[in-house]
Design a protein around this ligand. Structure first.
Ligand SMILES: NC(=O)c1ccc[n+]([C@@H]2O[C@H](COP(=O)([O-])OP(=O)(O)OC[C@H]3O[C@@H](n4cnc5c(N)ncnc54)[C@H](OP(=O)(O)O)[C@@H]3O)[C@@H](O)[C@H]2O)c1
Length: 339
């Protein structure tokens, strides 16, 4: 009893309370430091991976289907895969642009085959009916040994929700959600029955990390892609690698930055976070066999942390979102003026 009394008195002593508090802070700080070091080590390790292993894993000479493969990140992914001995199918809407893209891909590796399938995801006759996807895409590639599916096509109109015409909201869903769901479903049975490992990538965005003003519908479509990917990664773990690629800033026409200006752009923001489509493609594809979620390039690990911190920290979020909304509305005004 005396012992307990003396222990209680010692613990309630202000000096002891202060020492305990300092020790707890030190332990927490140490654990946080360990976590940070682990993250740095993991990022370095990830960024040293190569895409060379893809050929053996999924099968030399098998086919990769890339939606939106006529430009930007999709085209860069198609080129990386061509270099790794995969034949390529591009699904996109502009035949002339696809023909140019096919030539570019063939130039990387003349030994592979490239096929193009014309399909505009915003112009389905019957609101994304199964029959349309089946006859418009799947039947045209039915005889191919498909080992990889890259759900990459995307469409963004920036601006506050109420300022964007409803038709454009619909287009963001038409391109950002429906094709990935339909094509993945229509190819999955065949890919799972292949008898060799396959891979499916869903190109999401760091926008899936936190809601940001000025990109509501687009951001929501990227959350959908992210969730779908992660759920399928669990369901198909035994036969298929499924990854959500939460991509950051990539210099494509999508965000209106010339690829030559990536990495050394005109603003500090661009310099710090913007990469080329080739860098994005190489890093994301290297991660496909290993991760169910990746930001690809290390710059985008930092970018995702930046977005999360700015958008979810209560005292930063209001001014961050005000600036984001202003930037998006300016971009929308410019788009509407150029129409
Ligand atoms: N660039 C970035 O900073 C960034 C950041 C985060 C996430 N992402 C995501 O990355 C993906 C690729 O973006 P990107 O930067 O490479 O864009 P991009 O250069 O504009 O390429 C988009 C591709 O999608 C195709 N596409 C667009 N609308 C289509 C439709 N209605 N039907 C069929 N195909 C259509 C385009 O075809 P056309 O050439 O005919 O237009 C093009 O091949 C998107 O899902 C985007 O959301 C990009």
């Amino acid at each position: 009893m005396d012992y307990l009394n003396s222990l209680t008195t010692t613990l309630w002593n202000p000096q002891t309370k202060f020492t305990i508090l300092v020790s707890l802070i030190r332990i927490l700080g140490f654990l946080k430091l360990l976590e940070l070091l682990y993250r740095v080590w993991w990022t370095i390790r990830r960024n040293l991976r190569s895409t060379a292993a893809l050929t053996a894993r999924y099968g030399k000479g098998s086919w990769a289907v890339v939606t939106g493969g006529s430009d930007g990140i999709g085209l860069a992914m198609a080129k990386v895969l061509a270099r790794r001995e995969f034949n390529i199918v591009i699904v996109s809407r502009n035949p002339a642009k696809m023909a140019d893209a096919a030539n570019e891909i063939k130039a990387v590796n003349p030994k592979i085959e490239v096929r193009t399938v014309e399909f505009d995801f915003t112009k389905t006759q019957n609101s994304h009916s199964v029959a349309e996807y089946q006859s418009g895409i799947i039947d045209k590639i039915a005889s191919l040994d498909i080992s990889l599916l890259i759900n990459n096509a995307g469409y963004l109109v920036p601006g506050d929700f109420d300022r964007i015409p409803l038709e454009e909201h619909k287009h963001m869903i038409d391109v950002g959600i429906m094709p990935a769901t339909m094509i993945t479903k229509l190819l999955t049975d065949k890919m799972l029955a292949r008898g060799k490992r396959t891979g499916t990538m869903f190109v999401s965005s760091v926008q899936a990390q936190a809601p940001i003003a000025g990109t509501a519908t687009y951001g929501a479509s990227k959350v959908y892609m992210d969730f779908l990917a992660k759920a399928l990664a669990h369901e198909h773990r035994a036969q298929m690698d499924v990854m959500s690629y939460q991509c950051g800033l990539v210099a494509t026409k999508f965000i209106g930055i010339d690829p030559k200006r990536a990495n050394r752009g005109s603003t500090l923001y661009q310099k710090l976070f913007c990469i080329t489509p080739e860098q994005a493609a190489e890093r994301a594809l290297a991660d496909l066999p290993h991760e169910f979620l990746s930001h690809g390039h290390f710059k985008h690990d930092v970018y995702a942390l930046f977005i999360r911190t700015m958008a979810l920290t209560w005292f930063l979020a209001p001014s961050f979102n005000k600036a984001a909304s202003q930037k998006a509305n300016n971009a929308l005004a410019k788009l509407q003026k150029n129409k």
